[in-house]
Ligand binder design. Structure first.
Ligand SMILES: [Zn+2]
Ligand SMILES: [Zn+2]
Length: 196
C-alpha cells in the first residue's frame, strides 16, 4: 500500500503534489506553491503562518518579479497623479477662460453693445458648461435684456435663474427691476425682498 502524505499550501490551501508542483519552504518547514509565494512576497518577505523571513536563496529567485511589480505599481501611481494634475490644470484653465469671458461681456454691457454681448453668450451657452457657469450666463442674459428694455425676456430668464438657484441676490435684483419697469409693484417688492 502506498501512502501519500498530502501537504497543503498555507497560502491557497490546495494540495502540493510532489514532483509536479514547484514548491518553496520557510525556515520552519511550511510549504507553499512557488506561484503562490510569488504574489505573497509583494506584500511581505515573511512566512504567512509563522512570520519567519524566507531565506535569501528563496528571495533572490523572486527579485526580478517583485521589482517588476513594484515598477508597475509606481508607474500606475505616477500616471494617476499626472492625470489628476492635468485634470486640475484643465479645470483651472477653464475657470480662467470663463472669468475672462465674463469680463469681456461686462465691457460690452458698459459699451451698450447688447446684441453682440447676447450673441457671444449664446455661443458660449452649451451643454459642456458647468451648472454654475450656465447660471451665470443666464443671469447675464437676463441683465442685458433688462438693460435693453426687453423686460419680458429678462423676467423669463431671471425667474428661471432664481428658480434654479434661490440664493442669487443679483438675479433677484434685476428681476425686481424688470418687474418694476413693467409696473408690477407687488412682484417687484417680492423680488427685492430676496436681494439681501
Ligand atoms: Zn498555493
Ligand atoms: Zn513558516
Amino acid at each position: 500500500m502506498v501512502c501519500y502524505l498530502l501537504v497543503n499550501c498555507i497560502i491557497c490551501h490546495m494540495g502540493i503534489i510532489e514532483g509536479v508542483d514547484k514548491e518553496q519552504t520557510c525556515p520552519n518547514g511550511h510549504q507553499v506553491h512557488h506561484d503562490c509565494l510569488k504574489d505573497w512576497l509583494i506584500h511581505s518577505q515573511n512566512c504567512p503562518l509563522c512570520n519567519e523571513t524566507y531565506s535569501s536563496s528563496i528571495l533572490v529567485q523572486f527579485k526580478n518579479y517583485i521589482q517588476q511589480k513594484e515598477d508597475e505599481k509606481l508607474f500606475a501611481l505616477q500616471n494617476a497623479m499626472r492625470l489628476e494634475e492635468l485634470e486640475k490644470l484643465k479645470k483651472l484653465a477653464e475657470k480662467m477662460a470663463f472669468l475672462k469671458f465674463e469680463e469681456s461681456i461686462n465691457v460690452l454691457i458698459k459699451e451698450k453693445e447688447y446684441e453682440y454681448a447676447l450673441s457671444r453668450l449664446d455661443f458660449h451657452d452649451n451643454e459642456n458648461q458647468s451648472p454654475e457657469r450656465s447660471l451665470k450666463i443666464l443671469f447675464l442674459k437676463g441683465k442685458i435684456n433688462y438693460m435693453r428694455g426687453r423686460f419680458d425676456l429678462a423676467i423669463n430668464q431671471l425667474f428661471k435663474l432664481v428658480k434654479e438657484k434661490y440664493d442669487y441676490p443679483e438675479g433677484f435684483l434685476y428681476l425686481g427691476k424688470a418687474y418694476e419697469a413693467l409696473g408690477l409693484k407687488d412682484k417687484a417688492k417680492w423680488a427685492y425682498e430676496r436681494v439681501k
